[in-house]
Design a protein around this ligand. Sequence first.
Ligand code: FMN
Length: 379
Amino acid sequence: MGSNSIGKDFVVTCFGESHGRCVGAVIDGCPAGLPLAVEDIQKEVDKRLPQKEEIVSARREEDAVELLSGTYEGFTTGAPICILVRNKEVISDDYDAIRHTPRPGHADYPARIKYLGFNDNRGGGRFSGRLTVAFVMAGAVAKKLLELAGIEVLAYATEIGGVKILSTPSIEDVKKKTYESSVRCPDPKVALEMEEAILKAKSEGDSVGGIVECVASNVLAGVGEPIFDSLDAELAKMLFDVPAVKGVEFGVGFEAARLKGSQNNDPYVMRDGEVETVTNNAGGLLGGLSSGMPLVVRVAVKPTPSIAKEQKTVDLMEMKEATVHVNGRHDACIVPKAVPVVEASVALVLVDQLLRAGLIPKVLGVEAVGEYSDVTEED
Ligand SMILES: Cc1cc2nc3c(=O)[nH]c(=O)nc-3n(C[C@H](O)[C@H](O)[C@H](O)COP(=O)(O)O)c2cc1C
């Protein structure tokens, strides 16, 4: 199976399966000298676990992060960083029952055709949302590098099951309230309605989708590698690699198609000696490069495909029509768990692009590891 790595200078390779022994990531290209502890990664992984258990799948993984290589005395060494979590709460029987009756909306059928049935189907195998723990772990390292560059990446839910946030939340509210809410929405009133929408769908044996918005602030102008590795193209690729993501838009996105040039253009102004734009319809991206304005991206997340409701399918052994209802433990809405995944995905792309542009050095804080001049051949 090819294509398990992403990035050119900050290369992340993702390994593991939903019901295999572990899920993890290897990062090759992280600069030496970054302070990194397992707690930095654990903090991000813990964001995947909402406070209210009924909102997400009944699968309860402890997800204790193991940092296996690439650090020494609390700093990255420049060597590959291997990070993983073990799968402990695995119940595969539910998947034996549906092995030959593919779940509508999941990857079961095309995966079986592509890999001639050799793919691990338990829990969706490589196609499980569980793989995104690896994105979050690698993203935690990326976020630490971005912190050095003064860049902050924040994601939150803006819509779930048709319930929408009505106004753009302030950065302060996003920071303070997003993770206080089980659905990862910074508006507490809307968050409660979103929860209700999820629980209602769940009680009907169904699921709901929604939208995650992500803002990266303090990205300086000119980041991106046009033409084919433009910043928007790289972000869209990474975000479409998140399972269940069905749409990606920047700034006003598809709405731009309905505006006139005079409405859509973001006029330039000078503010405190800096070039800025009055509006940010472009979402901080022009010509595949960052514009210096906040980068704003939204992703559409589809409703969870595995639902308890009976659905039509086919029996691939008998080659006849059949029905399936999924017994496993599933998220009635993917959005709450997708929020930290989107945040991590955006961080990974930004770090890769900053490294490629030489805007993050390959070795950080030389003083932290001692005087190079003292090191002799014999050492
Ligand atoms: C964080 C996360 C959690 C997910 N949880 C589930 C789940 O519990 N049940 C399910 O059927 N799909 C879940 N998915 C979605 C499937 O993995 C995805 O729909 C499937 O692989 C098909 O891919 P596609 O939707 O991108 O076409 C999850 C996705 C993410 C990102």
